[in-house]
Design a protein around this ligand. Structure first.
Ligand code: SF4
Length: 317
């Protein structure tokens, strides 16, 4: 299967090694550049540079309450760049209708997605803030897969983000190429086991959305489908849910492989359940058996092959 068109990913410029931070340094992330960068094209943005703060520059920080946050100078609180950062986020979101993901730099008062230090009038800072640029960008593009570089060091979060990026790219390609009832139902069928692993209830809700497609506004249905689909994929998948999906797929081999092979496959799924082997082990075995005994329906399932294997993401979960 070909995964999708090459996704375009927005990213905080400093993560690509650009020396744009307040102190004139960068924050190069090797995995993003050397590994993920082989499979995606980056569109870097530094909101603080874009609003004219230059580098090096006096530092800024978040002040206020979680409901009312301002971005002001640390040394000179009369410098308030909140609106400038929010306006830049709006104009960036408008430029990026085809972007398939965004990686933000963590802890930044502009780019941090969550738990950014927020200073009140008195007392120590609390990690309850969201960077002004990241907040408005995420609100403007609510279905866009977004992550922070810090969280991407966690194997489960990394795999979840990359899966969402490639799934979103496929969805964007479908919408760009023209909606039809057939295209929507094919997309839904091909993502069956992927969505079911995340949430069976979401898969059923998505199915109901597509149950009456004659004479309806397909754009309206697609908007609702996109929100539900991307929301379902955000949910982390534990071993139990993967085991469930693997066993369903294993059922398609029931009359095609002999007893020894069935036992080998079942043992490998059990070993995964017991945390003795990573997900890649039963996945590879399943794919091997379906190569020897092809099944049209299973061959189309993105769950078995959702993103470039060379990223090695299923070796660590
Ligand atoms: S965190 Fe954002 S604002 Fe700060 S240097 Fe990096 S890209 Fe620029």
């Amino acid at each position: 299967m070909s995964y999708a068109e090459r996704p375009v990913i927005g990213i905080s410029s400093c993560l690509l090694g650009q020396k744009v931070r307040y102190d004139g340094t960068a924050k190069l992330d090797r995995w993003l550049v050397d590994q993920f960068g082989k499979h995606v094209d980056y569109r870097p943005f530094c909101p603080e540079m874009a609003i004219g703060l230059g580098t090096p520059r006096p530092p800024i920080r978040l002040v206020g309450t979680p409901e009312d946050i301002r971005v002001v100078g640390v040394d000179d609180p009369s410098v308030d760049v909140t609106e400038a950062l929010e306006d830049f986020a709006l104009s960036t979101a408008a430029q990026l209708p085809d972007i398939s993901g965004y990686v933000f730099m963590s802890k930044s008062p502009s780019c941090g997605m969550e738990r950014v230090k927020l200073y009140a009038d008195k007392g120590p800072a609390q990690k309850k803030g969201v960077g002004a640029y990241a907040r408005v960008l995420m609100q403007s593009l609510p279905n866009l897969p977004c992550e922070e570089e810090g969280r991407l060091h966690d194997a489960l979060l990394r795999e979840n983000f990359v899966n969402r990026v490639f799934a979103y790219r496929r969805w964007q390609t479908l919408r760009r190429d023209g909606l039809s009832a057939k295209a929507l139902t094919d997309f839904h069928a091909r993502h069956k086991y992927m969505v079911m692993a995340h949430s069976q209830a979401a898969y059923q809700r998505l199915g109901r959305l597509l149950s009456h497609l004659k004479g309806v506004d397909l754009d309206q249905i697609a908007d609702a489908y996109e929100a539900e689909f991307m929301n379902a994929l955000k949910r982390r998948v534990g071993r139990k849910r993967h085991v469930n999906a693997l066993q369903h797929i294993q059922g398609y081999l029931k009359n095609r492989i002999d007893g020894d092979d069935k036992k080998e496959l079942a043992d490998s799924i059990e070993a995964y359940r017991r945390e003795e082997v990573p997900l890649v082990v039963p996945m590879k075995l399943l794919r091997h058996y379906f190569r020897c005994h092809p099944d049209n329906y299973i061959d189309q399932q993105w769950y078995l092959d959702p993103y470039p294997e060379s990223l090695g993401l299923r070796n660590n979960i």
